[in-house]
Design a protein around this ligand. Structure first.
Ligand code: BTN
Length: 286
């Protein structure tokens, strides 16, 4: 078994993706500020759809809602993919959901109980194993590109996580009790992303939404969402076509959440594994 803390086998990865669109071009770095920032710069300079940026560590890894993404070297996966879907800006959040499905499906190859917590967190037994950060560039109401940032905790021991997230984050290695081959995981992920993204391009979000719903840890759960100005409590009804989370409150009113952090009331029961966002209810995130 290859040492999981050795560098990625980048030539093997490149060979595996040589004939594909996502990953035909892979920019590999030992250290960057943020793979999303590098991917933005490459996309602005004309990088083709499917260009992938991977780094062994990030000095300024970004998470959702302005958080940091801790990125210890040679342990995990930090990647960003340049996507250029021909869609209006209003549909861009769907791309993030499609990426989330691919990440969750890949994690499930190792941990079959993993699920998605809206919008894109991947959780195992209520603890976050992966997150995605879709960032878009829009011109005249149309998407010029989306940078799909993907962070997966693969081999980090618990002490890699800051104390405040140690109880809510987990590495796949800890969850399955065996080291994870990062190269094999990355090859699988890029292939799964290609499949789901192609499905989205050819058949629209309607084709991917049922997959997302099946993977969701929130369906039917009572949640609390705090956008900093208001709190919303309700039962999760589903996912709207535009990617918004739909809740029904105790008075039977429907509420749409477009960007948030969700807390599951009562924690993670048998039917749920994911963690918790709170929401800026009317602010688009991606
Ligand atoms: C989240 O908060 O759940 C999203 C985390 C996204 C982290 C990844 S790591 C690779 C890419 N580069 C970044 O700076 N962030 C994303």
């Amino acid at each position: 078994m290859t040492d999981p803390h050795s560098p990625l086998r980048i030539e093997e990865l490149r060979r595996a993706r040589a004939a594909a669109r996502i990953g035909r071009s892979i920019e590999y770095f030992e250290s960057v500020d943020s793979t999303n920032s590098v991917a933005h710069r490459l996309a602005d300079a004309g990088a083709a759809e499917g260009t992938v940026v991977i780094a062994e560590t990030q000095t300024k890894g970004r998470g959702r809602l302005g958080r940091n993404w801790v990125s210890p070297a040679f342990r995990n996966l930090y990647a960003s993919v340049v996507l250029r879907p021909l869609i209006g800006a209003a549909l861009a959040p769907q791309v993030g959901l499609v990426v989330g499905v691919a990440v969750a499906e890949t994690v499930r190859q190792w941990a079959p109980g993993a699920g998605i917590k809206w919008p894109n967190d991947v959780l195992i037994d209520g603890r976050k194993v992966a997150g995605t950060l879709p960032e878009m560039e829009v011109v005249d109401g149309h998407v010029r590109y989306v940078i799909a940032g993907i962070g997966v905790n693969l081999n980090s021991p618990p002490e890699d996580f800051p104390p405040e997230v140690r109880d809510i984050a987990v590495a796949l290695r800890t969850a399955v009790g065996a080291p994870i081959d990062r190269t094999a995981f990355t090859i699988r992920l890029l292939s799964q992303l290609q499949e789901r993204y192609d499905q989205f391009l050819s058949d629209g979000f309607a084709a991917v939404r049922p997959l997302w719903q099946r993977l969701s840890c929130l369906a039917g759960r009572q949640v609390c969402i705090d956008d900093g100005t208001r709190q919303y409590t309700g039962v999760v009804v589903g996912l709207a076509d535009d990617g918004a989370l739909e809740l029904r409150d105790a008075d039977g009113r429907d509420i749409r959440i477009v960007a948030a952090d969700v807390t599951i009331i009562g924690g993670y029961g048998a039917s749920a594994r994911p963690s918790a966002p709170s929401a800026r209810a009317e602010k688009e995130e991606s």
